[in-house]
Ligand binder design. Sequence first.
Ligand code: F6R
Length: 600
Amino acid sequence: MCGIVGYNGGLDAKEILLKGLEKLEYRGYDSAGIAVRNEEGVTVFKEKGRIADLRASVNLNVSADIGIGHTRWATHGVPNKLNAHPHQSTSGRFTLVHNGVIENYHLLQKAYLKGIQMQSDTDTEVIVQLVDLFAKEGLSTVEAFRKTLSLLHGSYALALLDQEDEDTIYVAKNKSPLLVGVGEGFNVVASDAMAMLQVTDQFIELRDKEVVLVHKDKVEITTLDGRAVERKPFTAELDASDIEKGTYPHYMLKEMDEQPGVVRKIIQEYSNEAGELTIDDQILEAIKAADRLYIIAAGTSYHAGLVGKQYFEKLAGIPVEVHISSEFGYNMPLLSEKPLFIFITQSGETADSRQVLVKVKELNYPALTITNVPGSTLSREADYTLLLHAGPEIAVASTKAYVAQVAVLAIAAYVTGKSLGKGVVLDLKQELAIVANGIQTIVDSKDELEQIAEDYLKIARNAFFIGRNLDFCVSVEGALKLKEISYIQAEGFAGGELKHGTIALIEEGTPVFALATQEQVALNIRGNVKEVVARGANACIISMEGLNEEGDRLVIPKVHTLLTPLVAVVPLQLISYYAALHRRCDVDKPRNLAKSVTVE
Ligand code: F6R
């Protein structure tokens, strides 16, 4: 989703800003821009489309050492050059980039800006016009900025330049992520540390509604009412090489290949000195103290939650509800007496999930976040965090983070079950090691998976994924992967549901991917396959060793029944990837999608 960068220092600002925006490209955007300031004033460059288009439009002769930049994912107003950020006040004095959504922008416009001709359709322009208005009324820039912030309802991360101030980027945030990076003789602003790792790994977290002045040689943080705040930087533990594609054609392929290593890393990170799987004591006690777990998540993370529910119920005997975050927030079910909320989120920034966390904290319930990003908003605001240790996931379509989420959920449930004396019989550590090897076998079978994609999906308009029990949880994730990157309409559902409606859609040649990894229901799903084949479907059975039959198109290595989602999802990811390639889709940056969905 939208990204922000800012630079104030001794070097060429525009190159640092453009490089920063390139690092944010993976988050999804449809236009981009930068503004730089020198003795001649502020110059804005913006373009619809890719950063490469913006780069081509930048006048290389403009040299400046302070500037701000933005990638925009359209919310208010279509994606075009006019609506791209930065936005300027009519006088040209102030220039602003903004992530988030200002809910009351229409009201503010009516109340304060009646005489002003707006140049864009965005909510952002209202903010910059307000700062200008209050400055014209005699307030200093920081006072005008504060006054504007006090009027805003909604989410924002802001970076503002004042034509009359050569040494300050004015910064603030509310519910949207923003960091200040510190260096020797320069300071930077970024909505994601990755954007500025090129110049520093030292970052300061900002809290909601703080007002921050980023100068070349210092950073001043104050509360909205002006009280000074001291905060030390932290070291961003990201390896710049983790965010490079290397020789891979796509991040998604690289990240799928990393999955065996991710499972092994998780085993290591969650093992104690005695070599046993473990989780933090406080987290274990919080889970044990709960009479019901409420898993809250969106998209792929929600699908991981569906698997997690089975783990906690089967291994630890704790009842679990899994909820889509955007639904839960506005339609809260009756809660148990001692709930524990578990937020599953790769990015730790998803606005839909965060709004639930805010409500949960208002109600004083404990919350645990399972995330890949230490220091992310949902991690900071929850009582506890379990990290995924998957390394940065850049491709918009989540692959290794899903596998990591399922593995961490398995460990948390297993450790809880053991501690509760639930007679857990499996050796999870050993079984996860077998899973890692199983995933490796699949990622090494790319030719076969490419062929499956070609045979079943090259000309398909739609596709179905069916499974029962844990295979059902994987089938919905398989369908999501296919639709988001190949744009083939896909649906995942429980095999038993076919005859209750969906089978009406099956016609000659309709691709149906059927998972058969669950012994208890293997015969039933094969029965469902017969039903669709009888109606013309082109069925692709993916079974597991030991349950396979002649004619199955792919047989995945045998793993423990409970852990099949970790392995079964991988061929579906790769089939989706190759289907997208056949259709010449932009695999890493699918249309209309953003990596980190920071608006509700
Ligand atoms: C799909 C995908 C999304 C995310 C969803 C939640 O591949 O990645 O469905 O799972 O947007 O994001 P996080 O996990 O960051 O909360």
